[in-house]
Each structure stands twice: as C-alpha cells, then as structure tokens.
Design a protein around this ligand. Structure first.
Ligand code: ADP
Length: 485
C-alpha cells in the first residue's frame, strides 16, 4: 500500500516520467507555495524541452501496448485508480487545499468530482461501439471502427488541480491513448499524487506521465510534435489561442476549455430564495475562480431590490480564511495578479457608476484574501461586463424585458455556462434556446457532473468533456469499405 502523506510526496523534488521518478536535467526546481500563507509547500522539477521530448518517446512506446489491451482490462485498471483516489480522499483534499487554497469541504468535493470521471470512463471504455451502415451496392459491407487517437497531451489549470486532470486522463486512457500532463505551475502536487495512484492501480509506465516546469518550452514541444496527435487544454482563451496556433502545423486535434463570462439571470417570476442560493454557489464557489462562475448577474426590475438585499445578506455571512479552518467558505485568491484584476474590476465598475452593497476591498487577513463583494447598478460598459473577473465579485445589472436580457447575455465572445431562474415553462424553453452558451442551468447554479457534456461554444472552446461524448474526443473514426463480397 502507498503512504500518501503529503510530507512523503513533497520531499522528492521529482516527477513521474516513463515510470521513473526523475529530477530536471538542470537540477533546477520550482517552488510550490500555499496561497493562504505564502509559505513553500514543496518543490517540483523545472523541466523543459529535452525532458518533454523524452516523455513523448516514452508515451509513444507505452501506447503501443496499452491500446492492445481489451477494453475490459483497461477498465479494470481505471476502476482501481478510482478506488485509490477515493481511498486517499482526505490526503488528496489536504494537498489540494495546501497548494490551491480552496476550503477543505470544497477540496473534498473536488476529489469526489474528479474521481467520478475515472469511474465513468472506466465504464465507457467498454462501450466504444462502432457502426455498420447499409451499403448502396449489393457486394459491399460498410463498417465504422473507433480507434484511439494515439499519444495525447494535456495542459491543465490551477483552479481544479484534480478534476481538470481526471476529466482528460480518464477518457484518454479508457480509449487506449497515452497522455502527458503538464499541470499548472501553481498546483503540480495533486497531479503528481494522481500519477502515484495511477501507477499503484496498474497503469503501465509511460501511459500517464506528469511533466512539471517551463510552460512555454514544454507547451511548444507538445504542440509541435508530430507524434502527439491530440492536445486537450483547459485555461485562458488567450493561451488557448497560442496553443491552437502552435498546433496548426501538425493539424493536431484539439479540445479547448477556455474562459467564460457566464450570465446569471433572475426573472420576476423566479423563486427568489432559490435564486439567491444558486447565485451564492455559482458565484462564490472557489472564491469565484471557476470558468463556469457567474460573472454577470442580470435581475429583472420587479425583483431587483429584493434580490440585491437578500444576496448582500448572504454574502456578508461568508467566512473568509485559511481553507483548513473550520467553517471557512472563502479561501484566498491564487496569486497577486488575480487579486489585482479583481481590485481593478471593482474600481472600474464604481468609477462607471456602480454602488457597493457588500465588501469591495482586500480582506484584513492580508495576502491574497479579498472580501466577498456585491456591486449594484453596474453599467454595461464596465470591464466586468466583458471580461472574466475570476474572483468573488457579483455585479448586478438591472433589466426590463426578456429580449433585452437575452441580447445582453449574448453580448460577449464567450459561450461557456449560463444560468437563469424562472418558473414559467414557456419562458424557460425560449430563454434556454436563445442563450448562446454550451451549458444552461435552469433554476440551479451548479451544473457540472461526469455524466453531462461540459464545454463551450464561440470563443469558449472546442469539444466536450464528460458524458458519453467525452471519450469521442480521444477516438478516431475509421471507415472500412469491404467490396467484392
Ligand atoms: P490561468 O490564467 O488560469 O493561469 P493559463 O491559461 O495562463 O490560465 O494557464 C493554464 C495552463 O496553461 C497552465 O498549465 C499554464 O502553465 C499553461 N500555459 C500558460 N502559458 C502557456 C504557454 N505559452 N504555452 C503552454 N502552456 C502555457
């Protein structure tokens, strides 16, 4: 059995490449710090192009035999990986909070959510069905096979250090692909812990590797390699564009989960308490640092004042602090750049006429703690209307008609998540169909799970993760035409 106490893992300064625990060629490391305290949690290797090239060679070799296993054999290994993640839930949650900052209760939730993708895709591995097609000529039989894409790479963000990896590695491994993961520099420890558990579960060396280090160098090698057939990226739209360009020369398959600018609409006929509850979950979870966080709250004029009052009361009750402390619901923001952006958005909204109902400044705990904030009467030319804030700020916009709010909600290049509250069945259908978003939450602020397709339209990305569609991102269709029968 393995001891996954983070003190054990963290001593290493090593990462798991080709089945070996190795340091960077240069011997250099990156420091991983706890955003709640600023203290170093551990060091990981600062790797670059050479190590990335070697990882690709190992991934290519490993995939050759991994794809020949039966689906049931791969499923059994993935199921063991799932069991080990659940068994180590508490250690993983502690590690997650230490490097990422979210409250422990949310970290435990993320471990469960992250693990669910491994279980789901272990099951889906056995359901990769092909097709037979009635042929247009009598002597022919037409078949469609589904085969693994090959060597794949994942570049993942810091806001869900476990789930953003399992959501990619689960379907990749289930399909028979190998995967090289470049985790965010802020949160590589959860990635390493997952790799340790994968190895323990029986994932062969080279099938799943974690490379830590210089994002640009490693990213460039992964994107430009003709061996890597697919890249799955979750992160900012800006970096997504860079990666897409870098993948152009090799015509690489891409899954991109990029930024959002989620509208959260409250109509006059909404159940207001439920809407406030939903807004709390969708706005303040992970201190507002999720790509599906509501970024703009549109409230119809008949309920605007009441909603604003109720929301401000709830927000005042949030407890800000170190994620491991009892009762804390709001951790720190990830780093200085994050808190500066939040401050900037608040100042800009106020300069353009918004009023502060709650919070509005850095928290007196210091560091990167920010007060959960509510802004009222925000103007649609405020930056917060068009940019993702990625922090604990709820800007309220007032609207009159359905047409007006649909047009406001869609006035963005993003199209990831959206939410609205109404009890009118006709309005629910009309609005759900009119919102230009990949996901719509009706009367809920929480929509993500392993069985549903997660993803965006417009400049929020390409492809879907989770659900039975998720595995298709790691499969190629092959049409076989049998003639002369
Ligand atoms: P965020 O703003 O949330 O940190 P990023 O898009 O910057 O989002 O980061 C998401 C992931 O992309 C991280 O793993 C980061 O290291 C990686 N990344 C950032 N810039 C590049 C780049 N130029 N090439 C490859 N990966 C990158």
């Amino acid at each position: 059995s393995i001891q996954l106490k983070h003190s054990v893992l963290l001593k290493n300064n090593l990462t798991l490449l080709a089945g070996q625990w190795v340091s960077a060629d240069s011997g250099e490391t990156i420091s991983v710090t706890n955003p709640a305290t600023g203290l170093e949690v551990a060091k990981v290797p600062l790797m670059g192009s050479d190590e990335a090239e070697r990882a690709i060679i190992a991934a290519e070799a490993a995939q050759k035999s991994w794809k020949t296993l039966t689906a049931a054999a791969r499923a059994a290994i993935l199921k063991r990986w799932f069991d080990l993640i659940i068994l180590h839930r508490e250690d993983l949650a502690q590690l997650l909070t230490a490097e990422q900052g979210k409250p422990l209760a949310e970290a435990r939730g993320e471990v469960n959510y992250g693990a669910s993708f491994i279980e789901w895709f272990a099951e889906e591995a056995k359901r990769v069905y092909g097709e037979t097609i009635p042929a247009p000529m009598g002597d022919r039989r037409l078949l469609v096979l589904k085969q693994p894409i090959g060597v794949t790479a994942a570049i993942t963000p810091w806001n869900f250090p476990i789930a953003m990896i399992t959501r990619k590695a689960g379907p990749a491994l289930a399909a028979g692909c190998s995967m090289i993961i470049k985790p965010a520099e802020q949160t590589p420890l959860c990635a390493l812990a997952l790799a340790v558990l994968a190895e323990e579960a029986g994932v062969p060396s080279g099938v799943l590797q974690v490379i830590t280090g210089d994002a640009r160098q490693i990213g460039a090698v992964l994107c430009e390699s003709p061996v890597v057939a697919k890249l799955s990226f979750t992160g900012s739209t800006e970096v997504g564009r860079i990666l897409m360009r870098q993948c152009a020369d090799t015509i690489k398959k891409l899954s991109l989960e990029l930024g959002g600018n989620a509208p959260f609409i409250v109509f006059n006929d909404a159940d207001l308490d439920a809407a406030v509850e939903g807004a709390m979950i969708s706005k303040y979870r992970n201190a507002g640092q999720t790509c599906v966080c509501s970024n703009r709250l549109f409230v119809q004029e008949g309920v605007y004042d009441e909603f604003a009052k109720k929301l401000a009361v709830k927000v005042a009750q949030l407890k800000v602090g170190v994620g491991t402390e009892d009762g804390v619901t709001q951790g720190p923001l990830i780093d200085d750049a994050a808190i500066e952006k939040v401050e900037f958005h608040v100042a800009d909204a106020i300069a353009k006429g918004a009023t502060l109902l709650q919070g509005g400044k850095r928290h007196n705990l210091g560091g990167t703690f920010f007060e959960p904030t509510v802004l009222a009467n925000v103007s649609d030319d405020a930056l917060i209307f068009s940019e993702e804030t990625f922090g604990p700020v709820a800007p309220l916009f007032r609207f009159k008609t359905d047409e007006e709010v649909i047009s406001l909600a869609n006035r963005t290049e993003f199209g990831l998540a959206s939410y609205f509250y109404s009890r009118d069945i006709g309005r629910i259908w009309r609005v759900a169909e009119a919102l230009e978003y990949g996901m719509v939450g009706v009367n809920t602020g929480m929509i993500s799970n392993e069985v549903a397709p997660f993803g965006g339209i417009k400049q929020s990305g390409l492809g879907r993760e989770g659900s039975h569609h998720g595995i298709d991102e790691y499969l190629e269709l092959k049409y076989v035409c049998m003639a002369g029968l």
